[in-house]
Design a protein around this ligand. Structure first.
Ligand SMILES: NC(=O)C1=CN([C@@H]2O[C@H](COP(=O)(O)OP(=O)(O)OC[C@H]3O[C@@H](n4cnc5c(N)ncnc54)[C@H](OP(=O)(O)O)[C@@H]3O)[C@@H](O)[C@H]2O)C=CC1
Ligand SMILES: O=C(O)[C@@H]1CCC=N1
Length: 264
C-alpha cells in the first residue's frame, strides 16, 4: 500500500508513528508545510518526508488528509488535478463532511472519513470509518489498515461527529480523569510518580476488565462495593457532586460545538 499523509501535526504524526511501527505500507510520504517535526522519519525505510503535497499524492494510492478544517479545501484544490480513479482520499478533519469534499473533488472520487485518536501512535486507537457511495468497496481496505492500528467500527456518516467527541476528544476526557485521580492520590500521601502509576494502571485494569469480560460497568462496580464500605461512600460522594452528569454534559457540549463547526 502506497500511503501519503498530508499534514503531520498532532494527529498526522501519530498516524505516521503507528504505520511505521507496524510497517503497514510499501511507501509512506509525509507532507507538511514545515517538516521539522517529522524529519526524523526520513531515516525509516520507504518513508519520504517532503513539503510537496502534489508529489506525495502522485506517489501514493491512499492519501490521508490530516489538516485543520480551515486548511483542507485549498489543499484539496491543489492536489485535485493529480487524483486518479485509483486514489482513495481519507480525511480525519473534524466536522468536514464528505459532501464538502465531494464538492471539491467530485462524487466520483473515493472518499472515506476516518476518525482515529492519538493512541493510533501506539496501535491503540478506536477508529470510526464512513465512506461515500463511490468508496463502498474500499471500506474493507480502510478497515484492514486501521485494524492494525487499534480497533475499528464502520458507521454511517451521520454518527462521525458523535464518534469524534467520544473517541477523539474522549482521549482528553479520560486523561483529565486520570489526572484528577493522581491529584487525589498525592493528597493521600503518594509521591507524584507513584500516584501516576497507580492511576494509569488502575485505569488500564478497569478498561481491560470490561473489554475482556464483556460485562457492564455496574456489574464490575457491584463486585467492588462492600456494603457500608469505602467504595460506595466514595462513589456516592462523587455522584452528589455530579460526576456522571458532568461527564455527560461535557460530551453534549463538545457535540454541540462540533456541530457548529460543521460545514456542508
Ligand atoms: N489532534 C487530534 O487528536 C485529532 C484531530 N483531528 C482532526 O485532525 C486534523 C488535524 O489535527 P491536528 O493534527 O491536531 O492539527 P495540527 O495543526 O497539529 O496539524 C495540521 C498540520 O498541517 C499542517 N499544514 C497546514 N497547512 C498545510 C498545507 N497547505 N500543506 C501541508 N501541511 C499543512 C500544519 O502546519 P502549521 O502548523 O504550520 O499550520 C500542521 O503541521 C484536524 O482537522 C482535527 O480536527 C481528528 C481527531 C483527533
Ligand atoms: O478538538 C478538536 O476539535 C479536535 C477534534 C477531535 C480532537 N481534536
Amino acid at each position: 500500500m502506497k500511503i501519503a499523509i498530508i499534514g503531520t501535526g498532532n494527529l498526522g504524526s501519530s498516524i505516521a508513528k503507528g504505520l511505521i511501527s507496524n510497517k503497514s505500507f510499501t511507501s509512506l510520504y509525509l507532507s507538511d508545510k514545515n517538516t521539522a517535526a517529522v524529519k526524523v522519519f526520513n531515516e525509516e525505510d520507504y518513508v519520504t518526508v517532503t513539503s510537496d503535497n502534489v508529489l506525495a499524492v502522485e506517489k501514493s494510492d491512499i492519501v490521508i488528509f490530516a489538516l485543520q478544517p480551515r486548511h483542507i479545501d485549498k489543499v484539496l484544490e491543489l492536489v485535485k488535478p493529480k487524483l486518479t480513479d485509483n486514489h482513495v482520499v481519507m480525511s480525519v478533519a473534524a466536522g468536514v463532511e464528505i459532501s464538502r469534499i465531494e464538492r471539491i473533488l467530485g462524487s466520483d472520487t473515493n472518499i472515506i472519513r476516518v476518525m482515529p485518536n492519538t493512541a493510533i501512535s501506539i496501535g491503540k486507537s478506536m477508529t470510526c470509518i464512513a465512506a461515500n457511495s463511490k468508496a463502498q468497496d474500499k471500506v474493507e481496505m480502510a478497515e484492514t489498515i486501521f485494524n492494525q492500528l487499534g480497533t475499528t467500527l464502520i458507521i454511517p456518516e451521520e454518527l462521525i461527529q458523535a464518534a469524534t467527541v467520544i473517541c477523539a476528544s474522549g482521549i482528553a476526557f479520560w486523561m483529565r480523569l486520570v489526572r484528577a485521580t493522581t491529584q487525589g492520590a498525592i493528597q493521600l500521601g503518594f509521591e507524584a510518580e507513584q500516584a501516576h502509576e497507580l492511576a494509569t494502571q488502575t485505569c488500564y485494569g478497569a478498561a481491560s476488565l470490561l473489554i475482556e469480560s464483556g460485562r457492564h460497568p455496574e456489574q464490575e462496580i457491584d463486585r467492588v462495593t462492600t456494603p457500608s464500605g469505602c467504595t460506595i461512600e466514595g462513589l456516592n460522594a462523587m455522584e452528589h457532586q455530579g460526576l456522571s452528569s458532568a461527564l455527560i454534559q461535557g460530551i453534549v457540549a463538545s457535540f454541540e460545538k462540533i456541530n457548529q463547526l460543521k460545514t456542508t
